[in-house]
Design a protein around this ligand. Sequence first.
Ligand SMILES: O=C(O)[C@H]1O[C@H](OP(=O)(O)OP(=O)(O)OC[C@H]2O[C@@H](n3ccc(=O)[nH]c3=O)[C@H](O)[C@@H]2O)[C@H](O)[C@@H](O)[C@@H]1O
Length: 444
Amino acid sequence: MKPASHLDGIPSTPGKFKMEKSSYIYRMRWHSSLPRLAFWCFLFMALIFVLFFRSPSSLSAPHNSGGYSDLSSPSRRYLQNSDWGGPAWEKRVRSSARIRSQNGMSVLVTGAAGFVGTHVSAALKRRGDGVLGLDNFNDYYNPSLKRARQALLERAGVFVVEGDINDEALLRKLFEVVPFSHVMHLAAQAGVRYAMENPSSYVHSNLAGLVSILEVCKSVNPQPAIVWASSSSVYGLNTKVPFSEKDRTDQPASLYAATKKAGEEIAHTYNHIYGLSLTGLRFFTVYGPWGRPDMAYFFFTRDILSGKPIPIFEAANHGTVARDFTYIDDIVRGCLASLDTAEKSTGSGGKKKGPAQLRVFNLGNTSPVPVTDLVSILERLLKVKAKRNIMKLPRNGDVQFTHANISSAQEELGYKPTTDLETGLKKFVRWYLRFYADGKKGAV
Ligand SMILES: O=C(O)[C@H]1O[C@H](OP(=O)(O)OP(=O)(O)OC[C@H]2O[C@@H](n3ccc(=O)[nH]c3=O)[C@H](O)[C@@H]2O)[C@H](O)[C@@H](O)[C@@H]1O
């Protein structure tokens, strides 16, 4: 008898199974229904296993633009330790989120082990607010820097829960343990150019992750007010300067920018349907101590020190490429002011009860600096001449310049940046040299 065609290929390795043996096996195995059942059960379990442990982003290699390379565990990006829950864990969560000042708030900070997240969490804690961090510690850049930030927060009394914003069960559990009054949502896939390498990571964090946060926030009681990180990149190909919140933002130049812009529209929807209070902050190229190694000022510093040439982009006809670089302390003040002025959400039980606050603010420095000047400042501070490799601005998401109009944030938040690039970079370089002294902390 001829075996059924879908079984033909099973003992397929030549030399491993002789023909007579395989037909014997076939007769023994497939004429009995119990082994057949066992086989399908095994196949089913294997499928469940594969689906459970495979995420879209686990298919791509880890990011290397920050100079970090670890190909040993490509699936690590979102394979998080789901080790949460239990009385001891809940006690830590509660204690970290305990308010210690009059009129303080309890804030869930997502992306707490990230650059901005760490600074915001520490600042909230310092003034007596209750803070709980959440971070998935992915390896977009060297996670040892994130662990060092976590240790810093730990010393300040902030517990950073390890988990992904897409894990709604975890988010619900956190709200069950602490009825957070505010969410500072900073977890995101950042970086403009990396979107060409790993587009699905942007969809995972900036779209699916944002929706997951909003879904949980809309359904808990009381609903928290949410402040979240948008980006100056939403202005895309806009040429009207300085960029005002009223300008068009429908021409993103990168998938990253498109996901941030989509986030702003998603925020509108949740505000409209569920009465969530939402404030989006368009950050302009934030830099400073504990910064992100994938950003130019950071890896320029590393490469200037090691004598490696640095690629400096210029626009067509030797056009200047410039950024409205904004120092982290100014951004933190803008974040805290946004939380302080956020009105309560109006919905409950997943239903809107009345109109709720919906805001978008530029948080920039209002003085763009050419990238070539940034390099000159670094050369002075590091006392090392850079090997400048001038190249054409690649068409992979970069825009030629950014410049924030901050009048709206000034009026409503009292936001007033005070740090110029030279002063801010001095603080960054001091931190960098201390942190990476003698290469003790390993590769950036
Ligand atoms: O403002 C923002 O919203 C964005 O700011 C930064 O994006 P970007 O301004 O491109 O920051 P960098 O990647 O550090 O680049 C800074 C400048 O250096 C230039 N650059 C970058 C890389 C390089 O190799 N050479 C080079 O000249 C870029 O064109 C840009 O003008 C962040 O990476 C984004 O996550 C953030 O959302």
